[in-house]
Write a new protein. Structure first.
Length: 380
């Protein structure tokens, strides 16, 4: 039972070995990619859903089944595997993306699973044609950008996000709002997103609204967008964003002039807003081989910026002592450990790894956080 065709699928990344192991364990005799393979997968999902399973077993099944579904789709529909910060997707066509693991989760909740998998395949094929929910909005956004903001260029895409250099645009809200709607509705939603970009016709936010929406955003030495920033420590600066549901835009010098506000005033409003949003922020203790770390796990896009909160050093001190050592390798990460050599070296390795993989990289450098809240870079 070789399932030899899996090894011939190009651009499959780590999905290939996982799919092969899953197929040999769960699917029996080899079937060619297409309806026969999908029917075998559906039967395996139904069998697994009907029996008790531990969380570990469920995670292993999901990983294997999702990888197998991904390989079938790559073989039949075309495309390639893409990954960012441990998140795996299929990129299909010019702007389509598909999550095979979410489709398996849905199939585990559907009886029989075949119906959910048929829907999943149809969705993937639509994404490849440029007619799926993600591809429609992404392509409309690209057209609107070319028409209304020729000064900006899409430099990358991943799932429901597009990147204009260091500027990230989250398309999720527009995708959800326009699924099943007309092309005109999609185009209208895309134009609104473009007009909200810095310098766009809808970006003229007044001072009162700005004070309520300002949040800090840490940026690193590679950040080169023409926005307002202030230095924090070596390789680390703070920019400010106006945060909305599902999107944010950076603050520029032009904004400060229009609001008659100084950078210091903007910073004060931003930190106050972040503090108000941080009541439910998650800071978890993780025991490593070298000792405990504190890891931020809020997942709201503001974890790294919480380094700027005045109360952070007081919160960390009971577990780590003071001063402590912190890392902010990317936008969604904040790590802290005690100021001890073995812990520092282990954290340095983790920060370098996470920074290299992250779509919102800041810096792999470590910093010392004093009891006063002062932040100083630690030389490599």
């Amino acid at each position: 039972m070789g399932w030899s065709w899996i090894a011939t699928v190009p651009d499959s990344g780590p999905l290939g070995p996982l799919a092969t192991t899953f197929a040999r364990r769960e699917l029996g005799e080899e079937r060619e990619p297409g309806p026969a393979a999908l029917l075998a997968l559906a039967r395996a999902v139904d069998r697994f859903a009907s029996r008790p399973a531990t969380p570990t077993e469920e995670a292993a099944f999901l990983e294997g089944a999702g990888s197998f579904l991904g390989l079938v789709l790559l073989a039949v529909v075309g495309g390639r595997h893409v990954e960012r910060a441990g998140v795996h997707r299929l990129r299909l066509g010019e702007a389509g993306f598909f999550d095979p693991f979410a489709s398996i989760e849905a199939a585990l909740e559907t009886e029989p699973a075949k119906a959910a998998l048929v829907d999943a395949v149809a969705r993937a094929e639509a994404e490849a044609r440029g007619q799926g929910p993600i591809a429609r909005v992404a392509l409309a956004f690209a057209r609107a950008l070319a028409e209304r903001r020729a000064d900006l260029t899409i430099t990358d895409r991943f799932d429901q996000r597009v990147y204009l250099g260091e500027t990230e645009v989250d398309l999720a809200r527009a995708i959800g709002a326009t699924e099943g709607e007309s092309d005109a509705a999609v185009a209208s939603a895309a134009r609104k997103l473009v007009d909200m970009l810095p310098g766009g016709v809808a970006s003229e936010v007044g001072a009162e609204e700005a004070c309520e929406r300002l949040h800090p955003r840490l940026v690193g030495p590679r950040f080169d967008l023409a926005v307002t920033t202030a230095p924090i420590a070596l390789d680390l600066r703070v920019a400010w964003v106006l945060a909305y549901e599902g999107r944010a835009r950076f603050v520029t010098d032009r904004d400060l002039a229009r609001w008659s506000m100084s950078a210091r005033e903007v910073a004060d409003h931003a930190v106050r807003n972040l503090a108000a949003k941080s009541d439910r922020a998650r800071l978890a203790r993780v025991d490593t081989a070298h000792g405990p770390w504190i890891v931020a796990r809020s997942g709201d896009g503001h974890d790294s910026a919480r380094l700027l909160l005045p109360a952070l050093s007081e919160i960390l001190a009971p577990e780590l002592g003071s001063p402590c050592v912190v890392a902010v390798p990317h936008r969604d990460a904040l790590f802290a450990c005690a100021d001890e050599p073995s812990l520092i070296e282990s954290l340095r390795a983790r920060a370098a790894e996470d920074h290299a993989r992250a779509p919102h990289g800041i810096t792999p450098r470590l910093y010392r956080l004093a009891a006063s809240g002062a932040i100083a870079a630690i030389e490599s």
